[in-house]
Design a protein around this ligand. Structure first.
Ligand code: 13P
Length: 285
């Protein structure tokens, strides 16, 4: 079923757990994320677009919404990293349950303006909205060995939330998109300061490759949504590569291998973030 409302994030924050935000690009990744949600009982946020639209077009949006709506699991359908109010409006019209407006490339005041407009659109549609303050480095769809971008200023964060009306705030505390050749070091003191001053749940982007202890420490400091993409992509690609030599031109078989690999990672991650979810019922362990 479609998971509506930001209550899932505030509840997660209260319990020092988090909801996974998993990125989907195609049929198989949508299926895998949905299967992981069903098997674990954990609510998940299926992130379909914005950059994924370059590959999947609007069909990706329809696919994600249909898969979430007729699932027994609680699945939010989310627009990730959109800078475009028309795109946000279109996704809300289709029924997305949340959107992320990314004004992190803009000066503070312009980021506030863009984010406030997006929040008004989202709330009018019954959806919740995530904004970003500070700038997350790296590419959303490829690993580029990025180094951390502009960190979120804890003094600005509370003002940003108040002036925009966002329901969740994505922070930059050393996190980057994609895998890196040297370990990412999160600034936990800064994260704690942001948490202390901000009335909304925080979102940790770029969680691929972070050790479980770092993810846990983030959950202790107000993070209630954790975005994972690269680990899913890596699993899909590795499984497809392995399946290729024996494929006998079996396209469905090769893609199914990728799907199973993504489901395994999503399954494990969802349970790591929300360990109190009901015990897994699938054969995946
Ligand atoms: P990773 O690809 O580093 O997991 O980041 C995902 C993300 O933040 C999506 O918004």
């Amino acid at each position: 079923m479609l998971l509506r409302g930001a209550g899932v994030l505030t509840e997660a924050a209260r319990g020092r757990t988090a909801v996974a935000g998993f990125t989907a690009y195609n049929l198989e990744t949508v299926q895998a994320i949905r299967a992981a949600a069903e098997a674990t009982g954990a609510p998940v946020i299926l992130q379909a677009g914005a950059s994924g639209f370059r590959h999947g077009g609007w069909a990706l949006a329809h696919l994600a919404l249909a898969a979430a709506a007729d699932s027994s699991a609680r699945i939010g359908v989310h627009l990730d990293h959109s800078r475009d109010l028309e795109e946000i409006r279109a996704c809300l019209d289709l029924g997305y349950t949340s959107v992320m407006v990314d004004g992190s490339h803009l000066p503070f005041r312009e980021n506030v303006e863009l984010t406030r407009e997006a929040a008004e659109l989202a709330h009018a549609a019954g959806a919740w909205v995530e904004g970003e303050l500070g700038a997350l480095a790296g590419d959303e769809d490829r690993s580029t060995d990025a180094r951390s971008g502009a960190f979120t200023d804890p003094r600005e964060a509370a003002r940003f939330v108040e002036e925009t009306g966002v329901d969740a705030l994505a922070v930059a505390v050393g996190n980057v998109h994609g895998f890196t050749s040297t370990p990412v070091r999160l600034d936990f003191d800064r994260l704690a300061e942001i948490h202390a001053s901000c009335p909304v749940p925080l979102v940790l982007h770029g969680a691929s490759g972070l050790p479980p202890a770092d993810r846990e420490a983030a959950l202790d400091r107000g993070v209630a949504k954790v975005n994972v993409n690269t680990e899913l992509r890596q699993a899909f690609l590795a499984a497809v590569e392995e399946a290729l030599p024996d494929d006998g031109h079996d396209l469905a078989g090769v893609l199914a291998a990728g799907r199973r690999a993504v489901e395994r990672v999503a399954h494990r991650t969802a349970l790591e973030l929300a360990p109190t979810s009901p015990a897994p019922s699938s054969s995946l362990k």
